[in-house]
Ligand binder design. Structure first.
Ligand code: ADP
Ligand code: MG
Length: 579
């Protein structure tokens, strides 16, 4: 008997589950489904995004619906049009083998009469955004007076978007004796309030620790002059060539402006805000999902409901007015068991706010310096070198090789490399040659910036080897038998990373990695040229030539933890279909 059968699901659902390739129920599914199937009860379930909540309420709802009746029996409220459509589509997949079950999606920005027709056709389940739902109730286009099950999905987001009144109003049109199932990633006061007001002795389910998303996120701030915000943003982007990020601005105007400047400066950026048409927003989101956009500049409102899991960085171009909003912003990264970084660009006068945020999120910020021109150039150079190394040769090139060889005749390897790198790299060097330091020293900040007594290292593993800052830190600590805070300022790039230790550990670090081989591959560590992260001069004759021996670069993984998240049972990130 498979695990889904054990939960008590019927034939048709099991068949659909099999079709979808789900193998094991996720934790929230395992906990919620049997309870909801066997009881007529209210429920509050807390689980992070990406943990399979839709099926946790969708399976039991579908199974409990009377498909011989065409009355609307289930209502699912969800915060955005996107999520609404997503849920409706999932439910259709789940009920694929139950032809008489109809699901209607109700949301703004599309024909209301068409949606009314969908409902009239006999939709037993209606998935709706609160705004459009209210509208359709008042026009008597939908009847929810006989529903038996009501789901409040992403309740924290809905309340955060100001839907409290709408939800109350909608629920006032539903029967008292229905069951209400509330699903949420977090449990702020407002959610507790709604649970208290609208639910009777709900069963509580919590998956992972409450708010556990926060633990995967590292918080950093950078102090600059008010006029240098944009420059700071650019440098942060240049230090992270593989960034996949949401950049938050406070106003629509700033959002548009920052995105435009980034695009002008050659970055893969896009804007997302309320002044764009729905169609424009759809196009931007599609490009973002496809990673054609690496920096999505967005307002808080427009970014709600972004359900992209692998965002590496959230950048607060400006801090929000409300601390709660910061939590929502930073929650866009560090999802589904991955780690993330939330960066804040602030001016000295805003430092106070950092401390208030620390109190609320109960996590410390790390104060960091905007990388210097030198540091950025070093990173870009390493990035370029590993990109060249990892590029697959295009067969077409062969045809032109004789001619190319003629042109390059007489240039030796060393010289050729220098020239090639300069071609690509020249633009950067030119720009940064003139660039000064834009950091503002933050007096009274808890940590000092001085690099004295600290050493910064380069290591030739990165995110493509399965590392993020947490995994790398743990790996190094384990290898070196160091304490919790002995490895710091860990910056993971695609195929290499940086980290710091105090000078007293540097000998041990270099010793450890002098001939370090793992899975047949050399892992080398060198002292980075950058003093900023805290370090001396590059070790002469270090591992430079050794790196050439690293055959199979990026193929083997090691030291990678089995996932923290719910989707990474086997530590594999690719296969979403296996828990
Ligand atoms: P949440 O609502 O918690 O953010 P979703 O319900 O949207 O998460 O699920 C995220 C993804 O995981 C969806 O693509 C869904 O099809 C998939 N999924 C859900 N349950 C399972 C499962 N048991 N096994 C594999 N994949 C699953
Ligand atoms: Mg969901």
């Amino acid at each position: 008997m498979n695990k889904f059968e054990q939960l008590g699901l019927n034939e048709q659902l099991l068949k659909a589950i099999n079709d979808m390739g789900f193998e094991t129920p996720s934790e929230v599914q395992e906990k919620a489904i049997p309870v909801l199937l066997a009881n007529e009860t209210d429920m509050v379930a807390l689980a992070q995004t990406g943990t399979g909540k839709t099926a946790a309420f969708g399976f039991p709802m579908i199974q409990k619906i009377d498909v011989n009746s065409r009355t609307t029996q289930g209502l699912i409220l969800s915060p955005t049009r996107e999520l609404c459509l997503q849920i409706a589509n999932e439910l259709k997949l789940y009920s694929k083998h139950i032809p008489s079950l109809n699901v209607a999606a109700i949301y703004g920005g599309a024909s209301i009469s068409e949606q009314a027709r969908q409902v009239k056709r006999g939709a037993q389940i209606v998935v709706a955004t609160p705004g459009r739902m209210k509208d359709m109730i008042s026009r008597r286009m939908v009847d929810i007076s006989k529903i038996e099950y009501c789901v409040l999905d992403e309740a924290d987001e809905m309340l955060n978007m100001g839907f409290y009144e709408d939800i109350s109003e909608i629920l006032s049109h539903t029967p008292k004796e229905k069951n209400t199932w509330l699903f949420s990633a977090t449990m702020p006061k407002e959610v507790a309030r709604i649970a208290k007001k609208f639910m009777k002795e709900p069963q509580e389910i919590t998956v992972g620790t409450k708010n556990s998303a926060a633990e995967n996120v590292q918080h950093e701030y950078y102090v600059v002059g008010g006029r240098d915000r944009y420059l700071a943003l650019k440098r942060l982007a240049d230090t992270n060539p593989d960034i996949f990020s949401v950049v938050f601005c406070r106003t629509k105007r700033d959002t548009q402006k920052v995105a435009e400047r980034l695009i002008e400066d050659g970055y893969n950026a896009g804007a997302l805000h309320g002044d764009l048409s729905q169609n424009q927003r759809d196009i931007v989101m599609k490009a973002f999902r496809a990673k054609q956009i690496q920096m999505l500049v967005a307002t808080d409102v427009a970014a709600r409901g972004i359900d992209v899991d692998d965002i590496t960085h959230v950048i607060n171009y400006q801090l929000p007015d409300e601390i709660e909003t910061y939590t929502h912003r930073s929650g866009r990264t560090g999802r589904a068991g991955k780690s993330g970084i939330s960066m804040v660009i602030i001016t000295k006068s805003e430092l106070r706010k950092i401390h208030s945020i620390e109190r609320i999120i109960q996590q410390k910020f790390e104060t960091k310096k905007i990388p210097t021109a030198d540091e950025i150039c070093e990173i870009q150079l390493y990035h370029l070198a590993s990109k060249i190394k990892n590029t697959e040769v295009n067969q077409e090139v062969e045809n032109y090789l004789p001619a190319v060889n003629d042109v390059l005749e007489g240039i030796d390897r060393e010289e050729l490399i220098k020239k090639m790198v300069s071609v690509e790299f020249g633009r950067f060097v030119e720009y940064y040659k003139k660039a000064g330091d834009i950091n503002v020293s933050a007096n009274g900040s808890p940590q000092d910036f001085s690099s004295e007594g600290k050493v910064r290292y380069f290591i030739n593993v990165g995110s493509r080897d399965g590392y993020d800052w947490m995994v790398l830190k743990d790996f190094l600590r384990e290898q070196l038998q160091l304490g919790k805070d002995d490895i710091f300022k860990v910056d993971v790039k695609e195929s290499f990373s940086f980290f710091n230790t105090n000078a007293e550990h540097s000998e041990a670090v270099l010793q450890m990695f002098s001939e370090f081989k793992m899975d047949g591959r050399f892992i080398n560590v060198e002292i980075s040229k950058n003093t900023r992260g805290g370090g001396g001069s590059r070790r002469k004759g270090g591992g430079g030539n050794k790196r050439g021996k690293n055959k199979g670069f990026g193929e083997k993984r090691f030291g990678k933890k089995g996932g923290k998240g719910n989707f990474s049972g086997g530590g594999k990130r690719r296969s979403r279909k296996k828990f």
